[in-house]
Design a protein. Structure first.
Length: 755
């Protein structure tokens, strides 16, 4: 089709389509049944751009709102029509449309910074216009920074392929930068739409500097009858990625209800979880028997046969269980079989008979006889055969509750490790990541230490799925996994839990930079569904080349045992949970977590200071390891309560002998620094910790510099192992950072710097 001259847009028509209504920017604008109206976050100014007049959209500074273009249509049009938006293609975004009518098809909607005039086209079904949107508008557009013209036509305009553009950012050092970009469908007949979406969006993914695209590989899509595999859906998806110079990072889902093939759902081989709270069985396969093992192994093997030698395979993420494939038990909000509803909640999913059988076997292996079990649990079992799973709050002793929590989390860790081993058999060279969600609560079942340790053995990684728009939240909930990954040598990646504004984009970018991570994933909308993020991403993502492991010499004791003794330990409640206290300390300094398993494996040798924030219980072997490290020269900072003996570190059985010795000066070459004030409100103890850390003279020089930084409370710093300090201004106001020696650094809102 011959392109028409923009200057005669409203009078010269393509042969294949007739204008029904239109508008063109100018002084005054040319309007034929279409006008732009003003409203909240919807204003513009006519300016010259690209040699023509355009309506330049006024930016919106609110990170949770978008600038809009409101379109009013005053001429009747057919129920099926095409909206054509001509704009000067500047910057990066996706143009979206909402309003009276359904978008049946769309193309040309990716802004690729080509500095040319381009058309975004939207096919509208049921195009009835009743002026019911803000300002009497009928159509709301976002993702635009200027509009040259708007037309409504009666036939599909030419489908012009998006231009290929060079990435705005190219890193010198490799990191997996992965984005979800519309490759998925709920049913097999959704493949044409998925491929069409990829064709339009992948040029933008590449332009933003990403090198990988994620999609979900669902069991039901490939093994439609037992033992017969058809990979055609994913072959088409990966071919579209290859055409755009991108690689594939799939999530392999065999353990979730929405991915089940019809034949397995109808068979006796499906045996689902049951919750202890209600006794309700669901369609997510239980891990407490082996019925699904042969199918999982076959699926992973067949996937490896088909794709392991494909150069476009960037890596894989494993989907062993839970709502969407996470390495955890079911939680709130799962997709059910054929996308139906399903009974899920945060709770304990060990109510099926096989769970009690497995638990009973674990108890037998732990206790020499039933008398020893009864002594520890304060129970009266006549034999091991009476043991069955129970809700932890009904436990009759601390040891009974800790045992159940340990078994419950270990069972999930063991299942996930089996998955990883089977995946490695089918994919001997691929990058493999465990899909680790939650926040460490026992009901969720994710033991970040165990998963990082097991993935390190397989030269794989752990990808966290729990980041959001808050940097402090991201730090608190991901630091256990990142600390364990660095200690054991596993790869590390990050994923958001869902929505993210520009603030979240920067928070997550900083978390990746400051952890020296290997992998960073965004949902497409995290960057393209808000106005500020693309610019911030392009400006600060190149700093990923300067990422390094943190110079972590301060550790916070991670309260594994306390977590098993009470579900409230890892809940967010004002100044009364572990995470609240972590966030308060993070405002003063950076630090790792040291879990009890890490301590048993020798992790304290990496640290010079161990800070206690929450958790006055630990297994005996852990306390003994802490004591050995202390006597060799370690420093412990501890919030002693007024009732000193009750507040000291003790075993679940109440033995605080070693900690009592610390109070009496039995510390060898080390020091135990007790806070003898009252620890509520907790900021008093946090201030005490910060002052104390400044007196520890053998810390890394970059850490000592960081501890003396003067800045606002929304400024966070991390000392890196290469001696530099990276900083995040997580505030909507500029920050002034004062270092020792008189050096001053000024930072823009939501910015990152390296000193």
């Amino acid at each position: 089709m011959k392109r028409i001259c923009l200057c005669s847009l409203l009078v010269t028509l393509p042969l294949v389509a007739a204008d029904l209504a239109g508008w063109q920017a100018g002084q005054p604008p040319v309007s034929k049944g279409v006008s732009l109206v003003r409203g909240e976050n919807a204003s513009w100014t006519v300016v010259p751009m690209g040699g023509k007049s355009v309506a330049a959209v006024t930016p919106v500074k609110d990170y949770y709102k978008r600038a809009r273009v409101l379109v009013r249509v005053d001429k009747p049009v057919p129920a099926r029509a095409w909206l054509v938006v001509t704009h000067f293609d500047r910057g990066y975004a996706l143009i979206g449309v909402a309003g009276r009518g359904k978008v049946a098809d769309q193309w040309g909607f990716a802004r690729l910074n080509t500095s040319t005039f381009r058309d975004a086209v939207f096919e509208i079904d049921n195009a009835t216009f009743e002026h019911k949107l803000a300002g009497g508008a009928d159509i709301e557009l976002d993702g635009l920074d200027n509009v040259r013209a708007i037309r409504i036509v009666d036939a599909a305009p030419e489908r012009v392929p998006p231009p290929k553009v060079e990435p705005a950012m190219k890193l010198a050092s490799h990191i997996d930068l992965v984005m979800a970009s519309g490759a998925d469908a709920r049913t097999l007949d959704g493949l044409p739409r998925a491929v069409a979406t990829l064709r339009e969006t992948l040029p933008l993914v590449r332009a933003l500097g990403f090198n990988g695209v994620e999609s979900y590989v669902k069991w039901a899509f490939v093994e439609r009858s037992p033992g017969v595999y058809d990979w055609s859906f994913y072959d088409a998806v990966i071919e579209e990625m290859e055409r755009n110079g991108l690689r594939w990072f799939p999530l392999l889902i065999v353990g979730s209800a929405y991915a089940l093939p019809d034949w397995i759902h109808a068979s006796k081989e499906l045996d689902g979880y049951a919750c202890l709270e209600h006794g309700i069985k669901i369609d997510i396969p239980t891990i407490f028997n082996d019925k699904q093992v042969k199918y999982v192994r076959r699926f992973l093997s067949e996937f490896g046969k088909h794709y392991s030698n494909r150069k476009a395979l960037l890596g894989v993420r494993l989907g062993p269980s839970a709502n969407y494939g996470e390495a955890q038990y079911p939680a709130t909000g799962a997709w059910g079989y054929k996308w139906g509803q399903i009974h899920t909640h945060i709770g304990y999913w060990a109510g099926d008979p096989d769970a009690s059988i497995v638990f009973r076997g674990w108890v037998r292996s732990r206790y020499a006889n039933v008398a020893a079990l009864n002594d520890a649990w304060q129970t009266r079992y006549a034999s091991f055969d009476e043991v069955k799973t129970f809700l932890p709050e009904t436990a009759q002793s601390p040891s009974m509750r800790v045992d159940f929590g340990t078994w419950y989390m270990d069972a999930m860790s063991d299942w996930c490790e089996k998955w990883a081993v089977w995946a490695r058999e089918g994919l001997p060279e691929a990058s493999i990541y465990q899909f680790s969600g939650g926040w460490g609560a026992v009901p969720i079942g994710t033991d970040y230490t165990a998963q990082a340790k097991s993935m390190a053995k397989l030269k794989g990684g752990i990808r966290l799925t729990n980041e959001n728009d808050s940097y402090l939240n991201n730090f608190a909930t991901t630091r256990m996994a990142s600390s364990a990954a660095r200690f054991y040598g596993a790869k590390l990646g990050f994923e958001p839990a869902g929505f993210g504004s520009a603030r979240g984009v920067m928070a997550r970018l900083y978390n990746t930079l400051a952890n020296g991570a290997d992998h960073l994933f965004y949902y497409g909308g995290n960057i393209t569904s808000n106005d500020q993020a693309p610019g911030l991403w392009n400006k600060y993502a190149p700093l990923l080349d300067k990422r390094a492991k943190p110079a972590a010499e301060i550790a916070v004791f991670y309260p594994d045992t306390a977590n098993k003794l009470g579900d409230d330990v890892l809940r967010y409640r004002l100044a009364s949970s572990f995470f609240d206290r972590v966030q308060a300390l993070r405002a003063k300094t950076d630090f790792d977590y040291a879990s009890e398993q890490m301590i048993l494996d020798g992790a304290l040798d990496r640290y010079k200071v161990l800070v206690f924030l929450w958790g006055r219980a630990a297994e005996k072997g852990v306390i003994e390891k802490i004591d050995q490290w202390l006597r060799a020269g370690g420093v412990i900072v501890y919030p002693e309560r007024q009732q000193a003996r009750e507040g000291l570190l003790n075993t679940p059985e109440g033995d605080s002998t070693l900690a009592q010795g610390w109070k009496e000066g039995k510390t060898g070459k080390g020091r135990v620094i007790l806070f003898d004030g009252y620890a509520e409100p907790f900021r008093h103890y946090i201030d005490f910790v910060a002052r104390t850390l400044r007196t520890v003279t053998n810390l890394h020089p970059a850490i000592q510099r960081g501890l003396r930084i003067q800045c606002s409370n929304e400024l966070y710093w991390t000392a890196l192992s290469n001696g530099s300090i990276t900083l995040l201004n997580y505030d909507d106001r500029p920050a002034t950072v004062r270092f020792g020696g008189g050096k001053i650094l000024r930072m823009e809102p939501y910015s990152i710097a390296i000193e």
